[in-house]
Structures are given as structure tokens and as C-alpha cells.
Design a protein around this ligand. Structure first.
Ligand SMILES: Nc1nc2c(c(=O)[nH]1)N[C@H]1C(S)=C(S)[C@@H](COP(=O)(O)O)O[C@H]1N2
Ligand SMILES: [Mo]
Length: 227
């Protein structure tokens, strides 16, 4: 475990914010822990605008080598499959530049993401008619999220492997995370390990703890969780 992680955990507690990192370069990162309350990073103020807070509900940063990474696609589908990072990189890529926003108030403008449209994977999986939702799992062993099928098919929902022109780092959920551009950050499951078609939308980690199922940012064209 790196020095920054240890320092961040010592100051921020076992869960929640580990440190803040700059949007512009992963190299120019500063240790910038803020007070954590129940793992949500609720500090009552935004001490440092335009910086990411690094979140992990398990209190550590899971690591998976790029060559060992696998994404399990399954559930109510005709073609369950396991993809490597190379498989994902060989698919058509989508680039998005958007503001990243946490429901606790911090935001980072102009963040560049690159990855595969989740809808492309859903097409490959052959979603069965009885499916209504998509469930996401993390190799941190704890975090979950979900979207309605209609939400998951939006062109601005990515299975992302690059951020700011670099491979996605451990702290931001690499090698692969979900990036749900039109919604608050908690939908964007880090350390993504599985995508499963399910009968209906199921509440994820934070939703079981009170966050709303629909997490639309202002200005997004909304599709309800039930659609
Ligand atoms: N596996 C996992 N994914 C997660 C979280 C988490 O704690 N664990 N936190 C969520 C929340 S609340 C936010 S705002 C973003 C933060 O992304 P970042 O850590 O890259 O800043 O990740 C989301 N995805
Ligand atoms: Mo968040």
C-alpha cells in the first residue's frame, strides 16, 4: 500500500475519502483529505474546488493488473461472456468530456473519458425480453449499482478504461470503471467486475443507504429508473 493511501486513511478514517486528486494530471496529485462522515465524504463544505475526492467504501484501493483484468457479462442474456481489457480496447471507443459531480457537492469540470458504450456490450450479450435492469458489481467485493435497461443503453454511459488520456488508475477505479455521464458520481461503479441483466432495477450500495435510484444531473434528459 502506498504512502498516500496510508496517510489518507489515517486522516480520513477507514471508509470514504482517501484523498483528492487533480483533474488535469494524475502526476500533480496532492494529498488533500477531507473529513469523512459515514463514508459519504459529507464535510459540509467544498474545501478545494475542481478536485476529485477518491472514494472507496471498503477503506482501501483494490488493485488488479491490466493483464489479469476480466469483466463478466451475464444474467438474463443469450450470450454470457468474459472480456479482457484487450477485448474492450478492440471494440469501438467513445470519448466524452464532461463535468464529474458528486452528490455531496464537489465537481470537476472538463474530465475526459474513453471507453466502450455500455449499450454496445448489451447488444453483444443478447439481452432477453424479460430483463428490465442492469446490475453492476465491483471487485472491491462490496459496491454495487444499477440502471434501467433504457438508461444503460444511453450513448453517454461508458465502460471506461481511460481518463484524461491515461489508463484509468487504481484510485479512480481502474483498470475499468463504469462512467454514467448524465448522473451523479455514485452511479459510476469503480473497479467494475460484472455487468448482469436482471428483471428489474435493484438498489445499489448507496441506494440501500438512502440515495435515490435516479441520480440525474441538472440538464440531463431523464429516463426514469422504471423505464
Ligand atoms: N466501487 C466503488 N465505486 C464508487 C464509489 C465507491 O466508494 N466504491 N464511490 C462512488 C461515488 S459516491 C463517487 S462520487 C465516485 C467518485 O469517483 P472517484 O473516487 O474517482 O473520485 O465513485 C463512485 N463509485
Ligand atoms: Mo459521490
Amino acid at each position: 500500500m502506498g504512502r498516500r493511501v496510508v496517510l489518507g486513511m489515517a486522516l480520513a478514517g477507514a471508509a470514504g475519502v482517501l484523498w483528492g486528486s487533480g483533474a488535469q494530471s494524475a502526476v500533480g496529485r496532492l494529498v488533500s483529505p477531507i473529513t469523512s462522515a459515514g463514508g459519504t465524504g459529507l464535510s459540509g463544505l467544498v474545501p478545494d474546488a475542481n478536485r476529485f475526492r477518491i472514494y472507496s467504501v471498503v477503506g482501501q484501493l483494490p488493485h488488479r493488473d491490466q493483464s489479469d483484468y476480466r469483466l463478466e457479462l451475464g444474467g438474463l442474456v443469450d450470450r454470457p461472456q468474459t472480456l479482457s481489457l484487450d477485448d474492450l480496447r478492440a471494440m469501438p471507443a467513445t470519448r466524452l468530456v464532461r463535468t464529474f459531480q458528486c452528490v455531496t457537492g464537489w465537481r470537476v469540470r472538463g474530465v475526459e473519458w474513453r471507453g466502450v458504450a455500455l449499450g454496445h456490450l448489451l447488444d453483444q450479450m443478447g439481452i432477453r425480453a424479460e430483463a428490465g435492469g442492469v446490475e453492476f458489481g465491483s471487485f472491491d467485493g462490496t459496491y454495487t449499482e444499477s440502471l434501467s435497461l433504457a438508461q444503460a443503453r444511453r450513448a453517454d454511459v461508458l465502460v471506461a478504461y481511460e481518463m484524461q488520456g491515461h489508463p484509468l488508475s487504481d484510485d479512480h477505479g481502474g483498470p475499468v470503471r463504469l462512467y454514467v455521464a448524465p448522473m451523479f458520481g455514485y452511479k459510476s461503479c469503480k473497479w467494475l467486475s460484472s455487468v448482469r441483466a436482471v428483471a428489474e432495477v435493484t438498489p445499489g450500495y448507496w441506494e440501500q443507504r438512502g440515495y435515490p435510484l435516479d441520480a440525474w444531473l441538472a440538464g440531463a434528459t431523464n429516463l426514469p429508473a422504471s423505464s
